[in-house]
Design a protein around this ligand. Structure first.
Ligand code: ADP
Length: 177
């Protein structure tokens, strides 16, 4: 399977014209702060409506950490929002596999949608407290290793320092597992 091209931009994920954007959601799927709040505000009530429908059907207990599910993107330029729930950072427990799973499962959902371009935020690095450099290393290595039909994965970083960290991760070779 061909590997996706990985790009890094500084910007607002709600403005991306990719086929899908990924939301760093919380398991309730009913909105929150950070990138989640921005996506719901910019995309309008259709997204929340679709999330409520998911809660009423497949995800009665919410979306488990590491999993991903798609909804409409409402009035955003993207066609779909892929919601995924990042792990809360822990100093005592290694939750890297869950952060990696957010990326692989989001790309799997993108493949089922036929999305060829997907924008990711820096999942778990806001309210969930994951150190940016470690999150960037995991995100880039996971996307590099993913088997997917997605052609472009665009990491969209809100501030300059996060952008620099992701740009650096992209130039570093992936260490062997
Ligand atoms: P989490 O709960 O997974 O930590 P947050 O939404 O709190 O999620 O933060 C994830 C990252 O998204 C943070 O680095 C934050 O700066 C960034 N972020 C916030 N708003 C936007 C936006 N509009 N576009 C892109 N990234 C954003």
């Amino acid at each position: 399977m061909p590997k996706p091209r990985i790009t890094v931009v500084r910007g607002d994920i709600t403005k991306q014209d990719t086929d899908a954007i990924v939301n760093a959601a919380n398991s309730s799927l009913l909105g929150g702060g950070g990138v989640d709040g921005a996506i719901h505000r910019a995309g309008g009530p259709e997204i929340l409506e679709a999330c409520r429908a998911l809660r009423a059907s497949h995800y009665g207990r919410g979306l488990p950490t590491g999993q991903a599910v798609a909804t409409t993107a409402g009035r955003l330029p993207a066609r779909w929002v892929i919601h995924t729930v990042g792990p809360v950072y822990s100093r005592n427990e290694d939750r890297s596999a869950l952060l990696a799973a957010c990326h692989t499962n989001s790309l799997k959902v993108a493949d089922t949608l036929g999305a060829k371009t997907v924008a990711f935020p820096a999942i778990s690095t806001g309210i969930f407290g994951w150190p940016m450099a470690d999150a960037a290393r995991i995100a880039v290595a996971t996307v590099r290793a993913a088997a997917t039909e997605v052609e472009e994965v665009r990491f969209v970083l809100f501030d300059e320092s996060a952008y620099q960290v992701f740009a650096q991760a992209l130039t570093s070779p992936t260490p062997p597992p």
